[in-house]
Design a protein around this ligand. Sequence first.
Ligand code: SF4
Length: 126
Amino acid sequence: MNKEFICILCPNGCDIRVELKEGLIGNLDGALCKLGQEYVRQELFSPQRNIATSVKVEGGTLPLVSVRLTEAIPKERIFDVMDEIKKVKVTAPVATGQIIIPNVLGLGRDVIATKKVDRILNSPQS
Ligand code: SF4
């Protein structure tokens, strides 16, 4: 069986073709460097993904703050983590890099804010 991948690790976007023999990688070509080989190996045997989404903010100058994971997680856990993120609401102010959910679902990754959201100042004089 043959499979094709576009390596997303750098702007070259190498088109990598892989021949699978009994579940193992046979011929692999099209990768300009070894990172592409590792990328394909991971995609085949242990795909990982990051999440970029947003969380509700109370009392902020924006209603939402963008968040991401500190590192990618196994692809099959994406929906579980999204469910955890949906439950969360933070109170402004929020700092860039602030941990929103530590060690989400025990996966060893934190959900962190990727944007700063200031607190709304209620007083018209301030
Ligand atoms: S194989 Fe290497 S050169 Fe090609 S896209 Fe991946 S990282 Fe870039």
